[in-house]
Design a protein around this ligand. Sequence first.
Ligand SMILES: Nc1nc2c(ncn2[C@@H]2O[C@H](COP(=O)(O)OP(=O)(O)O)[C@@H](O)[C@H]2O)c(=O)[nH]1
Ligand SMILES: [Mg+2]
Length: 225
Amino acid sequence: MTEPRLVEVRKNVLKQNDVIARALRERFREAGVFVVSLVSSPGSGKTAFLEKTLTLMRPQHRVAALVGDLATENDAARLARSQAPVRQIVTGTVCHLEAAMIEKALAGWKLTELDFLFIENVGNLVCPSSYDLGEDLRLVLMSVTEGEDKPLKYPTIFNSADIAIITKMDLADAVEFDQETACRNIQAVRPGMEVLALSSKDGTGMDTYLERLTQSASGRHVISA
Ligand SMILES: Nc1nc2c(ncn2[C@@H]2O[C@H](COP(=O)(O)OP(=O)(O)O)[C@@H](O)[C@H]2O)c(=O)[nH]1
Ligand SMILES: [Mg+2]
């Protein structure tokens, strides 16, 4: 039986994305830039976490960010407070970033002048999982206010990521967040997955995360001290 046409079209789009993502990965590698992407549901704290990351890293590293949203340039304005170069990608009706959007947004940027490039994806726990962006590391965020069961409900996004980040730990007690159950659920869908818990608000856990990040990057590239 022939496959429905819709499936065929989707497969071609994904294949096309993979070709561009592969070229991007090669460009990033040649330029010596370590690329980290962030995925999560809307409101999990991606922008707050990224602003904190850029601010803390900027004294030692050359950092920049791309941020995707369906509408507005609000997040780019928030991230720009870190003084790092930032560009907004407005996707309109598209619920995820694609490799071609990254390629276009990078126009004019000298990648060799960067150590780290961060990409904040559109807030969505479904669509971004299928699209490779050429990144070295993909972080999936879940906040303590979302409930411990999200990994069980959205396993694919956890499977497409390298590290799970539990955010808003400063609110954990107030919402009776059960970290043990959350971690067990993450391990159920992705055995062995690395999990970091932190707060962008009070800075808890940021040191461990930044150390982890620079360690990964130094394993791949020579980075500025
Ligand atoms: N208490 C607390 N609030 C946070 C934290 N991180 C983000 N928020 C708040 O959560 C809301 C959504 O955060 P935002 O960064 O816009 O999430 P995004 O949609 O994933 O980019 C904002 O009101 C933030 O101030 C955190 O670590 N602790
Ligand atoms: Mg955001």
